[in-house]
Design a protein around this ligand. Sequence first.
Ligand SMILES: [Zn+2]
Length: 517
Amino acid sequence: MFPVLEAIRRKNSYCVWYGLFPIGVGLMTRQMPVPLSDLPVLNQDTFVKTRFDLLLWLICSAVGYYVSGLSFCKSKGGEESNSFLVYDICSSTVEAIEAKINKYTRKWLGVPPGLSDVAMYCRKAKLKLPMKSILEEYKCGKARLLTMLEESDDPVVKTVQPSLKTGRKWKVTEAVDEAKECLKMKEVIGQTQMDRRGLGSTTAKWWSKTEGKEKRDMIIDEIRNKEDSTRVQKAVQQPQQGQWRKWDTAIQRSLTWNDIWHMAPLRISFLIRSVYDLLPSNANLVRWGKKDDPTRPLCQGRQTTEHVLSSCKVALSQGRYTWRHNRVLQELALVISTAKGEIHPSSTSSTVFTTKGGVKKWHGGSIPINTHRKGLLDGCDDWVVSADLPEWERHPDVIRKTALRPDIVIHSASTQQIIMVELTVPYESRMEEAHAFKEGKYLDMTKELKKDGYEARVIPVEIGARGFVGSSAYGLLSKLSIGGNKRTKALRLLAETAENSSRLIWSRRNERLLHKD
Ligand SMILES: [Zn+2]
């Protein structure tokens, strides 16, 4: 009974976020799993948020908390106090609990039971969900407890040499030793380049140079990394659900609890199912034994998710993809034209800086560190943005006399500069292909414009059909001096426009026209 009372008493209890919370919410918001039929497009948030539900949710969370016997409540000292880790629970029990939680989480998210736990917990996945694996938390908690006991100053603890029972499948001592070895090895190897970050942009922590809590944190991080790399390895072996591993240029999309809470249930369901290719396309229904014929009524082609969302010739000729492209283009053009309005011609860096003591002047002439990187639009204020859309301004004459029509043209008459932005909304796995194709397509045109005395450049941009922005879009906004929060918001807007349009295309996949009217 005590854990329940304690869970209620500690208001900042973590347990609700521990993957147990979906059980509670699942019970109250969705008695039934979402049927594998057509997805109507919903714009309204359909969650019920009444006081009664909240009460139910709390009770369910507390029960889950009690069942798991785990808690990572933040105590006043700031360090996690794992009051329930004193019980010897074996890892296979926790695994069984996790399997149960996964079942409910899938139901709650509206995804088929075939969705692997890689999708739910992998932190390196392109679609990162906020759920945490309870097994991983258990392992980390045990490891932290062990290291704390090992380093204890208490004479009794020192002499007793504590042993933690975690079952036969996973041994905490082995895991901690392995993590230590890995950390030592990493120090021998030294700092290497990770991801796209430049060498030296991150400061590395070294095993031999840390002490106490920092050392413990390093061990925990190492154990987490190991768990995550096991998930990535699992994804390699999944030909259908592991496709995201090949999306090299797509930027990771991370969903927070807040995002999920405000998303209509069918929207999150569509997003996850489209990423992991679990939508009920006819090809998938044949694979699952629910249907015999994988063809699409519209075009007699094989109906896969990719076919419906980006490669159907009939849909293309009907303008379904153009409609989606233009919706994204509209948003992109708006983002660019607002950015244009905020350009300050040749920004003047101030020579005054403030300290706590008051205003002080800088005496060394120019300021040595210039944090403001020069953007493409800087130093000129007669930019005109035109887009290949009916309600937008028409492209300048120089562009219109060529055979090509770029999506967006940013043009400055005084400095004879032309920036052409070419947008593609491809399937995520073909982003690089689309980028290279567009680059090649405009090569001759830029050359000709350069001959005429223009400074011309073309920037191909990809926004994935399922709502993943390409790194090219990120790069474009940076070049146009749109940074920080504004860039994040703009990219999210573009991604969501593509995703919402694709959802409509998907839901009307068997109808003869995209728009009924
Ligand atoms: Zn087709």
